[in-house]
Design a protein around this ligand. Sequence first.
Ligand SMILES: [Fe+2]
Length: 358
Amino acid sequence: MIDLKTYSIAYFSVLENKIVPETDVLTLIEKGDIIIVKDLISQLGLESKFSQLIEHFFSIQKNQLDEIHKLKSVKQIVDDALAIRHNTSTLILQSSIMKRLLEPHVPCPYIELQPNFRLHLPYKIIKNHEAFIESRMGRGKLNPHGQHKDSWRYHPKNTINVWLSLTTANKNNGLAILPASADYNPKFDADKQEISRGVKTYPIQQYISDMAPGDALLFKAELLHGSIINTSKKTRATLSMRCTITKPEFHKNVVYNYIKLNGEKFDNLTFDKFMHSGKFEPVSAEYIFPPAEDKKTSLQPIEYDEKHIKVNIKGSVYSFPRWCSHAGADLLNGELDENGNLLCPSHRLCHLGKRCNK
Ligand SMILES: [Fe+2]
């Protein structure tokens, strides 16, 4: 374990829109806030450790990560990404960071044993390889994963996510999170472990990551969140780490591999339960989300059918497709952005409307 005790960290609250003291961080996360830590890697003096990790596993420089899709084949990237997840040095780096972030609050937090190294490649590159990628490493590690809660993916209900970006992660390839949505339990697709096609995700209320390499986000894994489909030309690389402050609250009959960080040693609390097991039965229901209902969604179609949605924008009528061209989500549950583009509720793909003749 790397001793990071002496490093101080600055935290910024998204909902309060200000710098907050370390002592408030966990309470704010519990309330559904998102905490930004600018430049966590250099605040902890870990630049060279990360450079070594990238060089060792990918044989490239850290600043080449966002171009990795030009340097390697999808198969090579999958192999490298699996190797880095299954390696002790990644786990030690992850554990050291988590220990520093959590120890001011609790002496012995629990962390997910397997680090998640996510390379979110430009969608153009991977769209013909999604089945292969999912067969090797599941959904969301290399390809887009729609809005979800981590408990839909077997993780404890009390999980906190630390999402550390190693590249730029912005509105074209980053993460969209709906603040204060822990009590919103919409219908989801149990196979895809993401929202069902007919669910609202309130895109204009989502927080969109705007991160430079080394920045981190801290948020409750029960907030609805998901990667934005990567329409940029850059790969987004993230080390995402999960933890719980108290004993992991697994679903009935479902366990996953979390360990207790006990002093300098790993206490193999659930090591014997390496992969999730058991039947998966979290809550799935239609649910009113009061803050969003109060504000209303921005989409007020004047008419729609199976193919199109027509919307009046500043006195002109625009036609949008009914279904998202990416994965077929129902755009009736999308919302307009400030430029009059319709955002998909699942992966936030941006659709331009066609102006209709009168
Ligand atoms: Fe997640």
